[in-house]
Design a protein around this ligand. Structure first.
Ligand SMILES: NC(=O)c1ccc[n+]([C@@H]2O[C@H](COP(=O)([O-])OP(=O)(O)OC[C@H]3O[C@@H](n4cnc5c(N)ncnc54)[C@H](O)[C@@H]3O)[C@@H](O)[C@H]2O)c1
Length: 117
């Protein structure tokens, strides 16, 4: 837990990170073109785990899972309904690459669920 002024600028997920060795568990929301780019970029960051994929189109979701496997990463959880993803306390942060009309709603739900966006 961060104290004093540090807590003022750190987002909710940062406040849950207990130390430098902790991992930030990110969920990719919408994992086709831009979303897959997000997943790949996050997977290369130290201290970050792509812990879930959320995608309404099942073929795209399954393709994303296979692509994660090809990268040699741990198998992420999968969600079709973004509201179920929000209820997952295991997820610290959400990366949004759905069509634009969904961005605000998913961002608001994620913030309400205490996740970084
Ligand atoms: N493609 C690019 O090069 C690019 C570059 C910069 C920004 N963007 C932005 O990224 C966003 C996504 O673009 P894209 O080209 O990847 O689009 P896309 O249509 O290829 O992918 C969007 C994916 O989101 C999924 N989706 C839709 N609603 C969803 C929901 N409620 N929950 C989970 N998944 C959902 C769709 O099934 C689809 O697979 C857009 O806002 C776009 O403007 C795209």
């Amino acid at each position: 837990m961060l104290a004093g002024s540090a807590a003022a600028w750190a987002g909710p997920a940062a406040q849950r990170v207990p130390g430098a060795n902790a991992r930030v568990r990110v969920a990719g929301c919408g994992v086709r073109k831009r979303g897959w780019h997000h997943v790949r970029q996050f997977s290369g960051l130290p201290g970050v785990e792509v812990a879930a994929l959320c995608e309404v189109y099942e073929n795209v979701l399954n393709g994303g899972l296979q692509d994660v496997e090809k990268l040699g990463l741990p198998k992420p959880k999968t969600y079709i309904d973004v509201r179920r993803l929000m209820a997952d306390k295991f997820i610290d942060a959400v990366s949004i690459a759905t069509p634009t009309s969904w961005h605000a709603l998913i961002a608001i739900w994620a913030c309400q669920a205490g996740k970084d966006v």
